[in-house]
Design a protein around this ligand. Structure first.
Ligand code: PEP
Length: 247
């Protein structure tokens, strides 16, 4: 199974549902539709209404983050996995670099993953090295730490997806070389196999993916799909990625 996950970040108002309607109508008719899943993570404000709209449709709605407590608490503006599940979210991102840079620690991330899974949300756990770490050839060391400090064997690996997003690639138009990316993805799967007893959850790539460079990424069979930021805000750009992937 392949995944095309659109992360809208701070984008969208109720009428932006038009974008999803167009993506959904392509997805529902695509002859390849059973080979992949489409998930969109709009901002919190749209999760309930979009989930209702797409309840019996192919697209799934997810959240971009969740709080590290399970249900209710006195933390102002926090949204828990339980609250997300109750408004129809099926997935949540955890550990996006935007949130790590705003203070998410490994301990917080572990609780987010734990409580999201407990509430039957599938988790898209994001990892990735920054520019300096890449320059100092620390990528694999950093990725191993990010994975082993948060993921545990007891977590249900069928409900976990890992998204490898080099921070220097997010929103910059810069992408890793195919051989670099292949090597890194194989390494991530090796670490995941050691965490989860011999088999690995799906591993996605994220960072400036578009309809052109997907032609390069699709040759790397170890990559199980994509986390797409900028290009997911346009139905045309998002559909182009899927079209070119299966061309
Ligand atoms: C992201 O923010 O998760 C992302 C991958 O963004 P972009 O595709 O715009 O690089």
């Amino acid at each position: 199974m392949r995944y095309f996950i659109g992360n809208w970040k701070m984008f969208g108002v109720p009428k932006s549902i038009n974008i999803l309607n167009k993506i959904n109508s392509y997805y529902s008719r695509d002859k390849n539709r059973n080979k992949y899943r489409v998930i969109i993570t709009p901002p919190y404000t749209l999760i309930e209404s979009y989930s209702k709209n797409f309840k019996n449709k192919r697209i799934s709605i997810g959240s971009q983050n969740c709080y590290q407590k399970e249900k209710f608490s006195s933390n102002t503006a926090a949204i828990s996995p339980y609250m997300l599940k109750n408004v129809g979210a099926k997935y949540t991102l955890v550990g996006h670099s935007d949130n790590r840079s705003e203070g998410d620690t490994d301990v917080m991330l572990k609780n987010k993953v734990k409580y999201a899974l407990k509430n039957n949300l599938k988790v898209v756990f994001c990892i990735g090295e920054n520019k300096k770490e890449k320059k100092n050839k620390r990528t694999l060391v950093v990725l191993k730490k990010q994975l082993t400090r948060v993921l545990e064997r007891k977590f249900n690996k069928n409900n976990v997806i890992v998204a490898y997003e080099p921070i220097w690639s997010i929103g910059t138009g810069k992408i890793p070389t195919a051989s670099e990316l292949k090597k890194t993805t194989i390494y991530i799967k090796k670490i995941l196999k050691s965490i989860f007893k011999h088999s690995s959850p799906a591993v996605l790539y994220g960072g400036s993916v578009d309809g052109d460079n997907v032609e390069i990424f699709k040759e790397i069979k170890e990559i199980d799909g994509f986390l797409i930021g900028g290009a997911s805000k346009s139905h045309k750009k998002f559909i182009d990625i899927i079209k070119n992937y299966y061309r």
